[in-house]
Each structure stands twice: as C-alpha cells, then as structure tokens.
Design a protein around this ligand. Structure first.
Ligand SMILES: NC(=O)c1ccc[n+]([C@@H]2O[C@H](COP(=O)([O-])OP(=O)(O)OC[C@H]3O[C@@H](n4cnc5c(N)ncnc54)[C@H](OP(=O)(O)O)[C@@H]3O)[C@@H](O)[C@H]2O)c1
Length: 273
C-alpha cells in the first residue's frame, strides 16, 4: 500500500519545498485552487523523480476537502498531512482570509480525522502573527463554537473582526485566524490521540516564499532586532515539517512550534518594532 502525504498549498512556497522532501519516501498529493500552478509544480516534482499528483481543492469548501480526503484514502495509507494552505493580508479581504485560514483548518482536521490511522500526523500551519497580534483582541471565548457549529463560529468571529477599522480588518483577520489555528490544533490532540494520530501546529516567521515576498517591507522593520537577521529559507521550514510528521517525533502532539529566527523572542509586537 502506498504511503501518502497530502500537502495543501503544495503548489508553491513552503508546501512545494515540503513535497520535495516528503516525496523521497511518500506518494505526494499537492493541493490548492490554481490548477495551472499545481500542474507546474507536479512537473517539477516528477522531473526530480518524485511520484506526485495535483488535486485541486479549496480548503474553505468542506465538500472539496472531503473529496480530497476520500481520494487520498483510495490511493493508500494517509501517513502525513501538511496543511500549509493559507492567505495573508495582501491576498484577500478579511472574510476570505478567515475562511481560508480558520475554516480551512476546521475542514482539514474534520475530513482527515475520518481517514487517518494510527501512526500518522497532521500539521496545521499557523504564523508568528498569532504571537505578535495583541492577545487582548483574540476572541478566545468563541473558539469552542468551532467544534460544534463552524458556520456559527465564522459568523461570530467575523463580527469581531468588523469591530476594527476597515483598513486593518484583513490584518486583524490574519492574526486572529492564525491564533485560532494554534488553539484548534491543540484541542484536537485528544480527539486524534484516541486513534493514535498526532496533530500539532507550526508557526513560521518570515520566509522567502511568494507570500513572504508580499510582506517584505513590513517584515524588514521587524527583523532589525531579530537573532537571525534574514528571511527563513523554505527548505528550512520544510525540514521541520518533515521531522514533525516522522516517526522520530512520535511523542510530539498538541503543541505549537514557533520557527521564526528568534523574532518573537526579541520582544517585538504589533506596537513595538
Ligand atoms: N511566508 C511567510 O513569511 C509566512 C509567515 C507566516 C506564516 N506563513 C504561513 O505559511 C503557509 C504557507 O505559505 P507560503 O509562505 O508557502 O505562501 P504561498 O507560497 O503563497 O502558499 C500558500 C498556498 O496556499 C494556497 N491557498 C490559498 N488559499 C487556499 C484555499 N482556500 N484553498 C486551497 N489552497 C489555498 C495557495 O494556492 P492557490 O492560490 O492556488 O489556492 C498557495 O499555494 C500559509 O499558511 C501562511 O499563512 C507564511
């Protein structure tokens, strides 16, 4: 039976680099909305001798994610899921960002919970923004609704986002959505644990990817006091993802790993750069 690794956002950036590593000993399914991007990525992977396929999927649509999960199970044993798909403040409005990042993570965990078996692992990709956005604005009291009624949760959290001035709403939505991802992955560890499956989140700092390029100016102002004064390379976060899903990390679950070159440790925040 094939050992399958599913990577959302696998057509570019961190997801694509992860496919290059995971593809050494897994059959890789890469997903995203843009078919052209996925097909280009699959051609590159195949040229490196990697057995990979493109599966178009919009993570904000549960039907689409369910089709992805059923397809992955048909191909083989779903050994690893790296949910790297996401949208940053430069990529959409507040609602689209919340739907891709928060609702997308609920959909991925719920659909893959049904098809993953003992020994496998799912990583939900968050962001250091979850650490930099002031805690006081995080609507933590609403998060639990996501486990019973994702639609109602989305309505309530978007109401909170809309309390902020229009020009900061997409940034607020990004910070909140990524803070939620960490919470969601943590609370899901017990549910997945009953099946012998691990779930954790990883929070990247500034990385050299198409998304990272869009945030470059802001990132550079943050980086002045950072321990490592450069962007992270996609291969560096891909290696971390690959380790986290490996057997060697078999005791790692229900936690978040911040990989930001020491940026958060430098004491910066949304108000202090
Ligand atoms: N780069 C950074 O500095 C940085 C920092 C912190 C966190 N992150 C997080 O790291 C993850 C990977 O980002 P990246 O840096 O590798 O950027 P990227 O190259 O832009 O990758 C994001 C991927 O997500 C896919 N995507 C977006 N919305 C989607 C949706 N609704 N359904 C399915 N796929 C969707 C995009 O493909 P399509 O457009 O074709 O759908 C794209 O391939 C993201 O979750 C991001 O928030 C990145």
């Amino acid at each position: 039976m094939k050992k399958v690794c599913v990577i959302t956002g696998g057509g570019s950036g961190m997801g694509f680099e992860t496919a290059r590593i995971m593809g050494k000993d897994h059959y890789v399914i890469i997903c995203g909305r843009s078919v052209k991007k996925l097909e280009g990525a699959v051609s590159e992977l195949k040229a490196e001798g990697i057995d990979a396929e493109a599966f178009p999927c919009d993570v904000s649509d549960y039907g689409s994610v369910q089709r992805l999960a059923s397809h992955a199970k048909e191909i083989g044993r779903v050994a690893a899921v790296i949910h790297a798909a996401g949208m940053s403040p430069h990529m959409g409005d507040a609602k689209q960002i919340m739907e891709a990042n928060a609702l997308g993570t609920i959909h991925m965990n719920n659909a893959f919970y049904k098809v993953m078996e003992e020994g496998s692992c799912i990583i939900d990709v968050s962001s250091m923004s979850a650490y930099l956005t002031p805690k006081i604005i995080m609507p933590v009291g609403l998060y639990k609704l996501s486990t019973t009624d994702p639609g109602f949760f989305m309505k309530k959290i978007m109401k909170r986002v809309k309390l902020f001035p229009k020009k900061v709403q997409s940034g607020v939505s990004y910070g909140m959505s990524k803070h939620f991802v960490i919470w969601f992955a943590k609370q899901d560890a017990a549910r997945f644990g009953k099946k012998g499956v691990r779930v954790l989140s990883v929070s990247p700092g500034n990385f050299e990817t198409p998304m990272g390029d869009l945030e470059k100016d802001e990132a550079e102002t943050y980086m002045k006091n950072c321990a490592i004064k450069r962007f992270g390379y996609p291969s560096e976060i891909a290696s971390l993802f690959a380790y986290c899903v490996s057997e060697g990390a078999g005791y790692l679950t229900g936690t978040d790993i911040l990989c930001d070159g020491g940026l958060v440790a430098s004491g910066v925040s949304a108000f202090k750069r």
